[in-house]
Design a protein around this ligand. Structure first.
Ligand code: FMN
Length: 167
């Protein structure tokens, strides 16, 4: 899949098959998240693969729109490491870039994913950090659920025509 096709055909996938997804592949795909641009090249991201169904069930109850998680094969918790951060104000942008790289890499392998927003909900971020016993410097930022998907590309309509202008 070329880059432009990947960008235009990536979708949040919530229709999935029950087929098994190899954890080795998820680990491999996470390598691509590490290549994203970041402020000062700080690369403060840290990824955890949630392998246990009971943990995905716990996560599914943290936020209202995360109900799909118990059905996912894997979930990934995208975190940042405060000890690696040089500019905290840029961390959300770094994380978004890295997560998007991961989503596109997953799509390249036709793995369905949904990005589940967590940051800046501090109470829920803390709840997740405590559940997984993360060290104090590790801050959960977003969740990504992963599975093999039903191969029908959901339609995507762009909302406005005036989003790009020349000044
Ligand atoms: C910051 C962020 C938070 C999101 N949170 C959720 C979520 O909690 N639950 C969910 O089902 N989808 C979530 N999504 C996915 C969006 O609903 C989805 O990207 C949007 O509807 C556009 O569809 P597409 O990804 O297929 O282009 C989130 C996406 C982003 C970027």
């Amino acid at each position: 899949m070329d880059t432009l096709t990947a960008i235009t055909t990536r979708r949040s996938i919530r229709n999935y098959t029950g087929e098994e997804l190899d954890i080795g592949l998820i680990k491999e795909l996470l390598q691509y998240a590490l290549y994203a641009p970041s402020a000062h090249n700080q690369q403060s991201w840290k990824y955890y693969i949630v392998s246990k169904k009971e943990d995905r069930k716990f996560l599914s109850e943290v936020m209202e729109f995360w109900k799909m998680l118990p059905n996912a094969w894997w979930a990934v918790i995208a975190c940042f490491d405060k000890d690696k951060v040089r500019s905290m104000e840029f961390v959300p942008q770094d994380m978004w870039a890295s997560i998007q790289s991961f989503l596109l890499a997953a799509h390249e392998k036709w793995i369905g994913s949904v990005w589940l927003g967590l940051y800046p909900h501090e109470v829920e971020m803390k709840k997740i950090a405590e559940h997984f016993n993360f060290a104090e410097n590790v801050v959960p930022f977003a969740i990504i659920s992963l599975w093999k998907w039903v191969w029908e590309l959901p339609e995507k309509t762009l909302k406005d025509e005036w989003k790009i202008e020349v000044l």
